[in-house]
Structure formats: C-alpha cells, structure tokens
Design a protein around this ligand. Structure first.
Ligand SMILES: [Zn+2]
Ligand SMILES: [Zn+2]
Length: 323
C-alpha cells in the first residue's frame, strides 16, 4: 500500500509500473528462467537487424532510403552481409550457446518480486546503466585502439567494416563479445536492479548498438532527444568506423569531447554538417602537431604508432590491413 503522504502523481506512476509488471502473471516460470535474458537479447538483436539488413540490400538505390544513409555512396552488398553473418552466427553457436547452457544448469531461477520498481528507480537506473556502461566500454575501446597488440589481436576484427550496417554491431572478436556481455550483465547487479529494469536495459543496449551501426540517420535516435549533442549515436559511431581514432565512446560524447577525440558525424544523405567541415579545417591546420596527427592517423588500421605517424597515414581505407 502507498504511504499516506503519497500524492496522486506518485500513485499514478506506481500504478503504471505495477500494471506493466503484473502482466507477468501466468508466465513466472518462463520469466524466472536464467535462459530468458539471453533469449530476449539474442532474439531482439536478430528481430531488429534482419529487416534493417533487408532494406540495406534491397532499398539502397531508392532515393528516400539513401536520404537516411550516412554513407549513401557505399553500397551494402550480399558478400559483406554474408561474411558478417557468418561470424555473428559462429560467435552465437560457439560462445553464447555454451554460456546459455551453463546458465541453465548452474544459475538458479531469478526471484520475481511482487512489487514493480518506481518510475524514478526504473528510469534513473537505466540512465545510470547507460552512463556507466558507456564509460566502461569507452575505456576498453580507447585502450584497444592505443595498444597495438590489443588492437591487432582483438578489436581490429570489428574494424574490417569501414561502412557499417546493423549486423556489424556483433561482428566482434570473442573477447570483445565477452566484455560487452559481461558488462551488460554485471552492471545491473551493482544497483540491485529489479528484473524488469535488467531486461529493459539488455534490450536497450542491443538496440543502441544496432542503431549505432545502422549507418542510418534516423529521427528516433536518442541523439534527437538528448540535448547539447551529448549523445553520439549512429552519426558519431559511423564516423568512428571511417576515422577509427575518433569517437571512442559507444553512445555518449562527453569523454570524447574532454579528451578532444570527438569528431562530428555525417548527416543523412551523406551531408557533411558545418561542424564536421570545421573539424576537418581545424585538424588540417594542426596536422603537424602530434595530437592532431593522433586524430587523423591510424585509419589504415585504427592504431596509432610512430610508424603510422611518420607515414602520415590519414586516409580512410576500405579494407583492414592489419589482419
Ligand atoms: Zn562499431
Ligand atoms: Zn574501434
């Protein structure tokens, strides 16, 4: 029962959250299963990427679709999709499936509380999870670009695609897949999140990764709604695939701005916004400085080294050279 002091709006909030949570009635065994979070994450990933990939393959010549594409001149071809799908499926069978089976055997059912989280808890924790995951993975990502061994052996797999499409979000070395899976699963434990919050967080993280790799400038991206350009989304991450020493944060832009790693993204239709033109001018002038060179170089293999610096590698290439 609510406290006597609760006002009508908090009663309404509690009512909406509780109504949604009460929909679990009759499905408790399924929802409590340790397999449930894995199935919804994997299922949601394929449910979102398949239609988007279909459009990439079939609608790439349509003017209205190209108006949303960040790199409309780069065609997404079946061989690109096939190669990506092969690794994604291999990862799922070799790594995700055994972990799922292990969870089924050893992890006890999830306790399902009677009460729903409050709206404040739910949205507050989702925001905190986004900020924390973004920071953790941003650090992992920057380190795997700054260290040659780590880049070459792990993260360069993901950078085989300079033009990304939705499936590429999981075109990952198993170590990167493991890191992302671990962070996504463990972070909610710190907040003792309600199961409903955990599940929504997992689906949210899948969608944000898919959107970041979609290669599309879509109006319903979080970047449309988060003010001051704090959310990078697909525009910034697509630019990371073109200029791999920029935009290390997967979703937000805060730390990238602080360390001057931020590079504005293209707009739909392949339009270069003024801020990107200004960035290019700024870094052209500073090209000789080590820091600017750091931003401009390394796009051949996404890794900065003295050798890259001396060679003046500042072109975006279409194939990974560091395999
Ligand atoms: Zn990526
Ligand atoms: Zn990267």
């Amino acid at each position: 029962m609510p406290d006597n002091g609760s006002d009508s709006s908090s009663l309404l909030e509690a009512g909406i959250m509780q109504t949604v949570w009460d929909l679990r009635a009759g499905y408790e065994d399924t929802l409590a299963s340790p397999l449930f979070p894995v199935f919804i994450s994997v299922g949601f990933y394929f449910a979102t990427v398949f239609p988007m990939t279909f459009f990439d393959l079939c609608a790439s010549r349509w003017a209205w679709y190209r108006s949303y594409k960040l790199q409309p001149e780069k065609e997404i071809t079946w061989p690109m999709v096939k190669k990506c799908l092969a690794l994604v499926m291999t990862n799922n069978f070799l790594y995700v499936l055994p972990v799922t089976v292990a969870q089924y055997i050893w992890v006890p059912p999830t306790p399902l509380p009677a009460k729903a989280p409050t709206a404040l808890e739910f949205f507050g924790q989702l925001t905190a999870l986004l900020v924390i995951f973004d920071f953790q993975y941003g650090v992992w990502h920057a380190v795997h670009h700054k260290n040659r061994w780590l880049y070459k052996n792990f993260h360069s797999t993901h950078h085989q695609y300079h033009t990304s499409f939705a499936l590429v979000g999981q075109y990952l070395h198993p170590w990167e897949l493991f890191t992302i899976g671990l962070l996504t699963t463990v972070d909610p434990w710190f907040f003792r999140c309600h199961p409903m919050t955990c599940w929504v967080w997992m689906l949210m993280n899948v969608w944000l990764a898919v959107e970041a790799h979609s290669g599309l400038d879509i109006w319903f991206s979080l970047s449309t709604f988060v003010p001051f350009g704090l959310y990078g989304g697909s525009r910034k991450h697509d630019m990371h695939h073109m200029k791999p020493l920029t935009n290390f944060q997967p979703y937000l832009s805060t730390w990238d701005r602080f360390f001057d790693w931020d590079c504005p993204g293209m707009k739909g239709g392949g339009v270069k916004p003024e801020e990107l033109l200004a960035w290019e001018q700024r870094n052209k002038r500073k090209r000789m400085s080590k820091h600017a060179t750091e931003l401009m170089t390394g796009t051949v293999n996404g890794f900065l080294s003295v050798t890259d610096d001396a060679k003046g590698n500042n072109e975006t290439t279409d194939t990974a050279k560091d395999k």
